[in-house]
Write a protein that binds this ligand. Structure first.
Ligand code: 4AD
Ligand code: MG
Length: 429
């Protein structure tokens, strides 16, 4: 008999099927037992009755425990009221009868759950989050394929910093030092001269000593880079991408968003244009809202929270002071103190999900910045080369996948958005 997936049960009503699954919950009342099955694709209830099963099987099923793995055969029926399917079991077999499961139904502290992350992943909330994450990843690939980008894989072992040098993981690399990549951006800038529009998507590393609900030391970044674009075109691509990603989740993950009790209305705003304000305007607004941020200062995590609670859709904050931004950002010709850049902040208090900018494309200017930032010139010689051989106006952006997952799922902490989170205080499991 063919094994079917729980998500496909609707196609098999009144038919006999085989399902391979785990017992996520069970109860019994006299001559009838109910198993809540989970097979990865969904959840369904199995009904086992002493009239359907022979005496040996009926005795055997009494051994069931949480998370036992089973193969069952039974007839599919639709729940009389809900969009749920049940299986009237005619036969079953245990793969393994699980030992006492550490994650019982009672409340556990988050540290306990994180220590048991390898098991916690099975719970319905965590299941739903990973499914949304998967949709966001697939949608990213789909979007770029449809917009003539090609994927260029940037290296993880690098000889220099991309972002702040204080946040680098350093390691011994034979007789020299190497650093774990903070972003593949610089390599993508090289690739645009070959391919025009490119993106990468992979793990990046930040030795950030920040212990916040938004910071991981290892996270997944997608960098995109485009030749011949200005800041406005760059923002347009970001807006289209985020809209496409959120729409994909709304379309494909209804059940998951329901499990997460996500307010769908808040995500449906995505069809409206995103907001756009300058850094000067953002600071002014924050001061009015009671923040102690000073003119020209970077937005702190709390500032992003206060600010984005005012908005019902993502918000671009543009033209940050160049002295608080990365060395590679091009300056605004109309005001040299400002960078041609934007951060995209997610609403509802979530804050920054994308950082992007126009890149400095002039050799002399870029060399000056590298010196000002006291970066090792020789490690950047290849990057400077790009400004010697057919330099073009260009720009790009990078998103942090986990920040987007947190916002879309409506969960407060980033640690649940990645299968095995790495933070300053966690490397296990
Ligand atoms: O703003 P960031 O530092 O920008 C860059 O790295 C650029 N080189 C990207 C580019 O232009 N290609 O990082 C980009 C995004 C942030 O907006 C945030 O979403 C995420 O990466 N991010 C983090 N996510 C989790 N934990 C951290 N410690 C993060 N740091 C940045
Ligand atoms: Mg940033």
């Amino acid at each position: 008999m063919e094994t079917v997936l729980i998500k496909d049960l609707a196609k098999f009503v009144d038919q006999e099927v085989e399902i391979k699954a785990w017992v996520a919950n069970f109860r019994s009342s006299g001559k009838i037992a109910f198993w809540q099955l989970r097979d990865g694709s969904g959840f369904a209830q199995a009904i086992l009755s002493s009239t359907e099963l022979d005496e040996t099987k009926w005795q055997e099923l009494q051994k069931v425990s949480l998370e036992s793995s089973v193969k069952i055969i039974g007839k599919v029926s639709k729940h009389p009221k809900k969009e749920e399917y049940e299986i009237q079991v005619s036969d079953f077999e245990f793969y393994q009868i699980a030992e006492e499961y550490p994650i019982a139904k009672k409340e556990h502290g988050v540290d306990f759950l994180m220590d048991n992350r390898h098991l916690w992943l099975r719970s319905s909330h965590q299941w739903a989050i990973m499914r949304v994450r998967n949709t966001l990843i697939s949608a990213t690939y789909d979007f770029f394929r449809e917009h003539n980008f090609i994927k260029i894989d940037s290296p993880i072992l690098t000889p220099n910093a991309c972002e702040g040098t204080t946040e680098l993981f350093e390691l011994d690399y034979f007789d020299t030092k190497a650093y774990l990549s903070q972003s593949g951006q610089l390599y993508l800038e090289a690739a645009i001269a070959a391919h025009g529009r490119v993106f990468d998507f992979g793990p990046v590393f930040r030795a950030e000593k920040s212990k916040t609900r938004r910071h991981l030391t290892e996270f997944w970044m997608m960098d995109a880079e485009m030749a011949f674009v200005d800041l406005a075109e760059n923002l347009k691509v970001q807006e289209d991408l985020i809209r496409f990603m959120v729409s994909a989740v709304l379309e494909k993950n209804k059940a998951e968003l329901e499990i997460l009790e996500r307010d769908i209305k808040a995500l449906e705003n995505i069809t409206k244009p995103f907001y756009k304000i300058t850094h000067v305007e953002a600071v002014k607004k924050l001061q009015e809202l009671g923040s102690d941020i000073k003119d020209g200062e970077d937005l702190g995590a709390d500032d992003e929270t206060i600010l984005t609670k005012q908005y019902d859709n993502p918000l671009f904050v543009t033209h940050y002071p160049s002295k608080i931004k990365a060395f590679y950002m091009k300056r605004d010709a109309e005001d040299e103190s400002k960078a041609l850049c934007a951060d995209l902040l997610a609403p509802e208090g979530y804050g920054e999900i994308i950082g992007g900018s126009q890149r400095e494309d002039d050799y002399q200017e870029l060399l000056k910045r590298i010196k000002e930032h006291r970066l090792p010139e020789d490690a950047f010689s290849w990057y400077l080369d790009l400004r010697k051989y057919g330099s073009v106006p260009h720009g790009g952006f990078g998103f942090g996948l986990e920040r987007i997952v947190a916002w879309v799922c409506g969960i407060p902490h980033i640690r649940e958005t990645i299968p095995f989170p790495r933070t300053i205080s966690r490397l296990n499991p």
